[in-house]
Unconditional design. Sequence first.
Lengths: 365, 281, 431
Amino acid sequence: MHGQDVVLDGVSMRFGDFTAVQPTDLTINAGEFFSILGPSGCGKTTILRMISGFLDPSAGDVRIGGTSMAGIRPNARPTALIFQNLALFPLMSVWENVAFGLEARGVPKKVRRQRAEELLAMVALTGQGEKKPTELSGGQRQRVAIARALAVEPAVLLLDEPLSALDLKLRQHMRSELKDLQRKTGVTFIYITHDQGEALTMSDRVAVMNRGVVEQVASSDEIYNQPGTPFVASFVGEQNVFRGKLSGLDGEIARVDTPQGEMLARLRGRAGVGDEVMIFVRPERVGLGGTGTDDAPRNRLRATIERRDLEGPFVNLHCRAGDAPVTVHLPNSGDTASSLASGETDLAFRPSDAIVMPVGDLARE
Amino acid sequence: MTVITAEQIAAGAAPRRRRIRDWSDAVLSGYLLLFFAYMFLPLMFMVAAAFNANPTPSVTDWQGFTLKWFQALPRDARFVQGLLHSLAIAGGVIVISIPLGLAGALILTRLQSRASTLLYTVLVSPILTPGIVLGATTMIFWRDAFGMEAGLFTAAIAQAAFIASYCMLMFMARLQRQDRALEEAALDLGASSVFVFRRITLPFLMPTMLTAALISFLQSIENYNTTFFAIGSSWTLVTEIGARMRFGLSPMINVIGVIFVVITVVSATIWVLARRRGGNG
Amino acid sequence: MNSLVKSYGKGLTGIFLALTAVWIALLIVLPQARMIERAFTYVDRSGDAATLSLEIDRAYTRVFDIDTDLRDLRAQLQAGQEAGQAAGGAPAGGLPSPSLVPSPSLTPSPSLTPSPSLTPSPSLPSPAAPSPGVAPSPFAPPQQAALPLEEVEGRIVALEEEKAGLQGRIAELEAIEAETTKTAGISESYSAKNFTNMSELHFRIFLSTIFYALCVTLLSFVVCYPVAYAAATAKSANKVALMMLGLIIPYAINELLRIFSWVMILEKQGILNGVLDALGLIDMQAGEGIRFVASNGAVFTVMVYAYVLFMVFPIYNTIETLDKNQIEAARDLGSSTWRIHWRVVLPHAKPGIAVGAIMTFMLSAGSIAVPEIVGRGLHPDWFAQVIYRRFFEAGSWNEGAAYSLALLVACIAFILVNMAVFRVGIRDIAK
Ligand SMILES: Nc1ncnc2c1ncn2[C@@H]1O[C@H](COP(=O)(O)OP(=O)(O)OP(=O)(O)O)[C@@H](O)[C@H]1O
Ligand SMILES: [Mg+2]
């Protein structure tokens, strides 16, 4: 099995006068684990259905392995789709399900049977071939669906929120299994989810979508640390947000007047002096005042601790600085934490850990 | 005029309401008893009279227990022939109605067009047409257009005209419960449309196909009004029963009645039991 | 159309469309269209040839009637003789119906002994020989009073003579007809005359049939609503199963048999009179007995009996989907039983009522079995019988088509009114 690359070239999808996917350019490399992350209804499934051929793009072209897919029906594309609800054939046994694609290609029964057993072994379902799908557990059904899709040796495997029906434990287990499988087979995985943990842990690259627009395509690290838009910044992970006015620019570093005082942060996007802006800083990048060993400049603010939650390895402090709520995640070092149940405290974070973005980008929310 | 306080109302209302409910429940139960007596007593009389030696079907004038009417039935050539005709027609009706009903249902469930309501109306219209009109139109049309005299063939066609609609409704009900993702999954795995239809859609429709065949069969055997008009000089079991009734009552009809009742009671019981088990399990 | 090709591919879509097209064309639209065309084609039969063929036709009908009577009489004769032998020469008592005598010469149905001359003359647009036992005049009481055997024999002879005479006449007339050109005097033209020429009597029958069918529908609703309600709200599973059985069994038993069972009751020698006799209210031995059959009451009773279940099931199905908590809630709020039904149950059951009403109306307006068998030709005619006679006795298919169309239009009008009153669409109706 070898993965192929998938290219969306100006692809868009309209349903009547509603545009589900705005014109999009996207390149997914061969053999990559690529996730599409976004809130419900943002157009993820629509993109997947255009790649698999169940929807014809209103404009633009889908290319797989360099070949345009225009006019090619789903059954002739080198893709396999794993449906949101799995869509196992209820009247067929597990092995018949797995071998279905081979049956459709006229492969003799003996060969089919053998291939099905191999695939079932690969997804750790040896000996379950004679059962009906309804007799399996959720995780097992999941794996049957994967085996069924892999049986046709697709170059691209499309997965539409395949783990959403599973419980947390199983979900985490299946994540690593999927990742292993992808590495083993070398097939291009396009994985759809609205669970950011899933996207960040498994993917080589992630596309974050909102309202039919792909806002950012980058590695997990970059998405988390260098969000490109306010939407990505606020959708992925937790953020503390301060609103203010840009009062000066010094290269990459912007100075912002906020009700909490003047702050410095890295500017992303385009903004000029006097613009309304927002500052994003992650809770784990905020420390208590006074901590810190280097001399780098720090943004400091005075806050009232309202609540302290112990979360095992972390202690979460919920504070308020002026009208802005501020959350701080501290590593649980065992000694200082318990004294921080209430009262006033100084908070600080480095300008390099904070980013500034113009409000305008988020205004269309 | 006494003034009634809210407490008094509250105190008095509950038991009174309860009394009214018991009372109206009792009326309803009594009514049901009457209704089922109305439904079943005549049938019981019919069954009982089949065993009465009295040549005029009766239960009041009992002339001794006999099975002779049962023995007479298979010797009655016209009834036997009528039964064969009925079976032949029913077979024809099944063969015509199932494919037509299936095709109509498949088209209607997937046709995304404004024409679909019109098509639906046309396809169900035979159900809403009086049976004699169906019979008459079939008889006229096949003679005028193809010079075909009314007979078993036209009877089968006339019955199929509305039985196909029933089949279609059954298939549609089933198709509406189908998960479209199954078809898409199959297509996505490289199956052709024909393969998907044969391997996914047809097996899914199989139970309905059997039910539809059974119901078509029963409807066809039972049918009187439509057949009566479309069958010309031939006859089926049921039109023969109708013809005989005009001459007066014969215990032979009671015997047929007994057979129908037994078959109906047994199959209805099986059906209800199966449904209950299906419902519970 | 695109969506179809997407779902089934070109080949299958083609097959499905072809099948559906054949269905619509051959089984629905073309037959209907042909009937409408016939209904609006007026055949003027004032010409000589037409008169001639009419006369030939009448002669055939009469011969047919005579055959029927002859058969009945012979049956009586034989039965009488047998009974005489068995009971030592006592006159025939209970009159056995003809089919009880399995002698080949006395088979009950006329078409088993079809004389070749019975086929209708080719120039007439009349159908193949009608189904047996129907054409003979429905006015003949099916159970004639037992006549003395000699009298029976006398009548047989008389009828044989008349038949011979008629057959001679037919031969003569047909010879004349063969000489004249076949269509002379018969002219066809499009017009509404088949409707406008409807006799006042027929029109009255049409109206009263509609009226009676409405009454049956209303009556059926009144009778069945409590039953449907009780079945749909029954609490224990056993009770539900039992009630379903109680409804399905009579529903599934053939319409004719259900009618038959009632005729047994309502007959002059039937069960009801037997009960009255046992109570001492009448004396059947003395020939007393109330003729329950052939009255409006009888026809209504049997029609409701025959068709009420077509009302029960649709209403049952809709009430079953009603959230029973709504009833409880309304009851808790102190609504009267009457009010609960009026405000909660009935509005919910509307689509079911519409379906039930349409089915019941259509079945009873188009019923031929009940009026023919229960009415005995003594009850005022039902329109279905008139249609039947237009086709098979008057041999006028075009008038028959016109009358059928009138019935169909009445049913469509009823459906439309129902859809408007109950605010349901066609998809709610046919489910
Ligand atoms: N066939 C269709 N006709 C009209 N609108 C559609 C159609 N399919 C999808 N849409 C709309 O397009 C938008 C995107 O739908 P899509 O299914 O791609 O969302 P999604 O990102 O997969 O959401 P979820 O996470 O809930 O599955 C939605 O607003 C939806 O209502
Ligand atoms: Mg989706």
